[in-house]
Write a protein that binds this ligand. Sequence first.
Ligand SMILES: [Zn+2]
Length: 122
Amino acid sequence: MHWVQMVPECPGCGFVFTRAPGQWLGSWFLNVCLAQTVVFAVLAIGVGFTWPDPPIKAIAVLAVVAAIVLPLAFFPYSRTLWVAIDLVMTPLAFDDGVLPGFMLEEDYEAFRREKEPPGPDL
Ligand SMILES: [Zn+2]
């Protein structure tokens, strides 16, 4: 079960992997794309190389096995890949709570003070 269950956050830096509801649709999409590509390749190569008398049953069984096994085998990789793609599309913010963030806390406070409108004492 460890293969299909992801830890909630990175053990190294505390980054929470699920950043938004529905986020894993992206990894699902990657998985479906890979499975479809491989199934199509099995069908095309299987029929192409054995033409004009392709062993349809054997090719079909191979395609079905690929369609079932590949998404399970690729599952953790599709999630890791999707986390990376998501990080490129939506870079980390200070309040994401990732470890280097707390080292910048003072700079962030100074930045916020600069952006606030001047108080009555100025
Ligand atoms: Zn990390």
